[in-house]
Design a binder for this molecule. Structure first.
Ligand SMILES: Nc1ncnc2c1ncn2[C@@H]1O[C@H](COP(=O)(O)OP(=O)(O)OP(=O)(O)O)[C@@H](O)[C@H]1O
Ligand SMILES: [Mg+2]
Length: 366
């Protein structure tokens, strides 16, 4: 037996020690929490790559506080502000009145017992891009409706990169706080703490923790590092080992990305996979591709695979779905002053060749 406390490896587990994020935590407290408590709630945004502690830091700030009412939403599933407001008002009981005016919704919130409200919108890139009107009303809630709702957006990219100038102007200024990738030395301490909390003493040594932090350094992700530790502990247990060996870690490392990929791909339809494969092909020689490039790569693919052609409307719908799933990253880039914008797509978390092989094998089996 190696694992003494499996809960420690759950992503919702809050570790005893949470290091390296004191600065970010106190900036959030002074830019978001302090104004909220003095009755002038505002908006801040938090951004950084996957596994850099964004969600965990905010959860630590809101847990156990009694001075304000907080709501946390992962907005991958709740993609518009109206639904979020309804959720706050009716506490999950759905009383959906289509297009209820914002005035009524905010008035109801204003009548609630708790006047100081903190709203955390996690994975917020899409809601910020696609519900501009809702976000506008939310950010301006104080001046428009007299409510005191502070908002924290959590995204992977700096919002100033994916919002257009016009969107930025309408939303007004808000502070962005960066969560940088963890350094190898930081990952070492995070994983070491986790190992001490969740594994039996003597089942691991510093050399293994050192290797884990080196392997996860390119992503800078505590999530990847902790997952490597957990997987190698279970692999060792499975072979009847008493300690985690380097070979266990290698096995864990080799299964992690295909494993993550497979579970993410399992919810996609034939057409979704075709579009994703077309994107992979378009990314062979560059780090991002424009939508026309993906469309033409799709046309070529269609000649090899059977299936009904995907029309443009469907194509754009599928692209949005892939973005929502987090596998594809969409970005709007400016073409230079006065020349409009172009949308580019990228895949950043998984090596494209691994993803491509996986999709091809799924398509062949379909
Ligand atoms: N500084 C830290 N100390 C200890 N554990 C950490 C630290 N930072 C992150 N973790 C752990 O790593 C995991 C991922 O962190 P978290 O969910 O906060 O990342 P995130 O930035 O929200 O990533 P994503 O964008 O993928 O949601 C969690 O299990 C969290 O407890
Ligand atoms: Mg998160």
């Amino acid at each position: 037996m190696i694992v003494s406390n499996p809960e420690v490896f759950d992503f919702s587990y809050i570790p005893e020690k949470f290091r390296f994020r004191e600065k970010q935590k106190s900036v959030i407290e002074s830019l978001s929490i302090a104004p909220l408590l003095s009755g002038v709630a505002n908006t801040v945004s938090i951004y950084g790559r996957s596994g850099t502690g964004k969600t965990a830091t905010v959860r630590r700030i809101i847990s156990g506080n009694t001075e304000f009412r907080s709501y946390y939403f992962n907005t991958i599933s709740l993609t518009n502000v109206r639904n979020i407001l309804l959720e706050i008002i009716h506490g999950g009981r759905t009383f959906v009145m289509a297009n209820q005016p914002y005035t009524e919704l905010f008035e109801k919130i204003g009548q609630m017992r708790d006047k100081n409200i903190l709203l955390v919108l996690d994975e917020a890139t899409n809601i910020m891009k696609f519900d501009r009107e809702g976000i506008y009303n939310l950010i301006r809630n104080k001046e428009l409706y007299g409510t005191n709702i502070g908002v924290i957006f959590i995204t992977m990219d700096d919002p100033s990169l994916f919002l257009t100038e016009r969107e930025k102007r309408s939303m007004g200024l808000f502070s962005s706080i960066n969560f940088p990738r963890y350094l190898s030395s930081e990952l070492f301490q995070i994983v070491h703490d986790r190992a001490v909390e969740g594994l039996f003493p003597g089942s691991f040594d510093d050399g293994i923790i050192e290797s884990i932090s080196e392997m996860s350094e390119p992503s800078g992700s505590a999530r990847v590092a902790i997952e490597l530790l957990q997987k190698s502990a279970f692999i060792s247990t499975h072979r009847g080992g008493k300690t985690i060996e380097m070979e266990d870690l290698r096995t864990a490392n080799s299964i992690i990305s295909p494993y993550v990929t497979e579970s993410r791909l399992s919810g996609f339809s034939y057409d979704d996979l075709m579009v994703l494969l077309a994107l992979c092909r378009a990314l062979h020689h560059s780090s991002s591709a424009t939508t026309p490039e993906v469309l033409s790569s799709l046309t070529i693919l269609m000649e090899h695979y059977y299936g009904t052609p995907i029309n443009r409307l469907n194509f754009y719908r599928i692209v949005r779905k892939l973005e929502n799933s987090g596998i594809v990253e969409g970005r709007i880039i400016g073409n230079g002053y006065g020349k409009g914008v172009t949308k580019v797509l990228a895949i950043n978390d998984i090596p494209v060749h691994i993803l491509e092989e996986k999709i091809e094998s799924i398509l062949d089996a379909m």
